[in-house]
Design a protein around this ligand. Structure first.
Ligand SMILES: [Zn+2]
Length: 291
């Protein structure tokens, strides 16, 4: 099982720094019993299912005042980044939105369970069922004030986590698209050869993470170059401390900052310019970004 977990940590207590790894095998075990939810969410369940995004029964206990804005956010992201849905359809994949038991300091994670980075899941910590919009917002405020999460608009506090996780999905889509060119294909084949040498499940997971990290690093460098071109040299404080842990998290944090702010910061704008070069971004205009 070669899964990658990218966790979105709750990190106001530095002693919890190492609690990030979710047990992917455990989460995947529960998948088969997790059917699609029967809740309609004003027709959004059906609408998203047509886009191959399935809301699962395990989320049924989530507080609706938090979860309905989250679903609405996902729907708007699918309309803005239409190629994300296009890739799901082309690859015959689905993205499941689920809840599961995660370590106490993990709010949510993005996982997949294949070497083609397929079978995608955004998994919320099911402890959130004891939460509410107000509590989630309070938590987001605390994370932002401490500098651990990216700054976002107050009315988007409730959507920050799901947007961050969607950012991991966007990185996955970009990686998938790399396979269309020769260099990307060769790199992927080398990765598969390398993966076959893994001696344990943990070793395998490490190699999968390294492959994803190498692309995240490439993307992050492009974003930095774009930033220098249009906005000047970037400052170290432009990215949240969580985004500084690795470039996969940097990418997801920038995506959250970009899509949860009416007036995104320059580094988030550079991320949008980068994305517009890589995929169809609806209503993107360079002059509004740099003006
Ligand atoms: Zn993450």
């Amino acid at each position: 099982m070669g899964g990658r977990g990218s966790c979105y940590l709750n990190f106001y207590d530095p002693s919890n720094a190492t609690s990030g790894d979710v047990n992917i095998a455990d989460i995947l075990e529960d998948i088969l019993e997790d059917e699609d939810t029967k809740k309609e969410y004003n027709g959004k369940t059906k609408k998203l299912k047509e886009k191959k995004i399935h809301i699962k029964q395990s989320t049924d206990d989530m507080p609706e005042d938090m979860f309905i804005p989250n679903i609405t956010k996902v729907d708007s992201l699918t309309r803005k980044y239409v190629d994300t849905v296009g890739t799901l359809k082309n690859e015959n994949e689905t993205l499941d939105i689920r809840a599961n038991k995660l370590s106490p300091n993990t709010t949510a994670c993005f996982i997949h369970d294949g070497t083609r980075f397929n079978n995608l899941h955004i998994v919320f910590n099911n402890d959130l069922k004891l939460s509410s919009k107000e509590l989630v917002e309070g938590e987001a405020k605390r994370q932002i004030d401490s500098g651990f999460w990216m700054n976002v608009d107050k009315n988007e506090y409730v959507n920050q986590t799901i947007t961050h996780e969607y950012g991991h999905f966007v990185q996955k889509v970009l990686m998938q698209r790399e396979l269309a060119n020769r260099e990307g294909k060769m790199k992927y084949e080398a990765f598969l050869t390398d993966l076959a040498k893994a001696k344990s499940k943990a070793d395998r997971q490490k190699r999968v993470q390294e492959y994803a990290e190498s692309y995240a690093t490439k993307y992050f460098k492009s974003i930095q170059r774009i930033h220098r071109k249009y906005f000047g040299k970037e400052g170290v404080d432009m990215i949240s401390n969580y985004g500084k842990t690795n470039n996969r998290e940097a990418f997801a944090e920038l995506f959250a900052g970009l899509n949860c702010c009416k007036k995104p910061s320059s580094i988030c704008k550079a991320t949008e310019i980068f994305l517009s070069k890589k995929m169809n971004v609806k209503n993107f205009e360079l002059k509004t970004m740099v003006g």
